[in-house]
Design a protein around this ligand. Structure first.
Ligand code: URA
Length: 209
């Protein structure tokens, strides 16, 4: 897995606000969506374009660039991934959405998919996984496994904050996946939370803390 840490003043500023204890759910949602938007801009840099002919404003034919072929399916991981979805879709509004939900089996401690509704032509699209936190990497690895089993060949991920432990685990399991992160933090605590981190991103987005 290649990790692209997008170091940009706007991202540093917005991630700083996301970290603050007093940030309201409304502000947290808006910021998560905005960071998702900025990461999407970077992650779509290599999309291919083709020239097509159209009538320009003078009435003469001109050639313009259009994104080529089948494109992207955005894959929000339930539930926190939904908090970044709007910002991603602002830039790629025609993307199809493939939703995945996983829970942790208490015996094996492994993530198990309880819901997946993935687009049928996932084998022809780039999957753009969105989840605010890359912590242990278990959920991300299971989601990538699921997408690959369904034939997906190109997978990327967008995360607000990643832990070094999660990056290492996903790099070992799926070296072909590229992820874009706004911050790489210090470590996980013994409950699997990222430090300094943002806390529980799902609770903050949905106001359930
Ligand atoms: N999930 C979260 O919401 N926060 C963390 O710090 C780790 C996983």
């Amino acid at each position: 897995m290649t990790v692209k840490h997008i170091d940009h003043p706007l991202l540093r500023h917005k991630v700083g606000l996301l970290r603050a204890k007093g940030t309201s759910s409304k502000d947290f949602r808006e910021l998560a969506s905005e960071v998702g938007n900025l990461l999407t801009y970077e992650a779509t840099r290599d999309l291919q374009t083709e020239k097509v002919s159209i009538e320009g404003w003078t009435g003469e034919p001109i050639k313009i660039d259009k994104i080529k072929g089948k494109k992207i399916t955005v894959v929000p991981i339930l539930r926190a991934g939904l908090g970044m979805l709007d910002g991603v879709l602002q830039l790629i509004p025609n993307a199809k959405i493939s939703v995945v939900g996983l829970y942790r089996n208490e015996q094996t401690l492994q993530p198990v998919a309880y819901f997946d509704k993935v687009v049928k032509d996932v084998d022809q699209r780039t999957a753009l996984i969105v989840d605010p936190m890359l912590a242990t990497g278990g959920t991300l690895i299971a989601t990538i496994d699921l997408l690959k089993q369904k034939g997906c060949k190109r997978i990327m991920g967008l995360f607000l904050v990643a832990a070094p432990e999660g990056i290492a685990a996903v790099t070992e399991a799926h070296p072909d996946v590229d992820i874009y992160v706004a911050a790489i933090d210090e470590r996980l605590n013994d409950k699997g939370y990222i430090l300094p981190g943002l806390g529980d991103a799902g609770d903050k987005i949905f106001g359930t803390r």
